[in-house]
Design a protein around this ligand. Sequence first.
Ligand SMILES: *Cc1c(COP(=O)(O)O)cnc(C)c1O
Length: 228
Amino acid sequence: MDYNHGVASELIKQNIARLLADLPEGVELVAAAKARSPQEVLEAVQAGIRIIGENYVKDAKEARELVGKRVKWHFIGTLQKHNVRKTALEIFDMIESVDSLEIASEIDKKCAQIGKVMPVLIEVNSGREPQKSGALPEDAEQLVREMSVLGNIKVMGLMTVGPLFGNPEDSRPYFAETRRIFERIKGLKLPNVEMNYLSMGMTSSYQIALEEGANIIRIGTRIFGERD
Ligand SMILES: *Cc1c(COP(=O)(O)O)cnc(C)c1O
C-alpha cells in the first residue's frame, strides 16, 4: 500500500513537471481533481500546481481542508440553482461553468450577501450537444451583456468542453469557434467585463486547444492517471 502510494505520487510529480515545462508563457494549468482524493490533490500542489478545478462542492471542501488557501480553486462542474450556496461561493476563486442568467443572478445575489465579487467564465456548448451544459454559441454574447450589469459577478472569459473524439484533431473546429466568439465579445469592450481567459482543452485535446488560443487548460488524467 505504502509502496504503491509512493509510486503514484512520484508519477503525479513527473507528470506535472513535464506539463509545466511544456506550458507556453501566459497559460494557466488547472488540475481537474474529480474522483481524486484530498491526498492526491495535495501531492499535485506540492509538485507545483497552483489552480485546482473541482466538479463537486463537497470534494472541493474536503480537499481544501487539507490543502488550504495556498492555491486557487475553480469550479468547473455543472451548476444548478439549488446548489448555489454561500458556503460554496466562499471557497471558489472562479466559477468556469456559468451558462444561464438564472444561475448568474443566483450567484450574484448570494455573493452580495457575503460581500464578494465572483470572477466567472461563461461555459459555451460549442458542440451544440443536447445532453451537455453550456450556453449555445449564438447565445453567449447576449448572456455576457445581461450578466455585465450584475455587480457581484465579473465576467472574465469563456470556457468550453466540446465534443469528445478519439482523434483530438476533430476538436479543433469547436475550439476555433469558441475563440471567435471570445474575440468578438472582447472587442465589444463591455463595461464590467474583462475578457481575459479562454479555458479549453483536457488531457486528449489540450495541445489543439493551445493552438486555438486557450490560456487555461484543465487536465485530470495526464496529471493523476486514469480514473477508476
Ligand atoms: C474531468 C474534466 C476535465 C479533465 O479531464 P481529463 O480528460 O481527465 O484531463 C476538464 N474539464 C472538465 C469540465 C472536467 O469535468
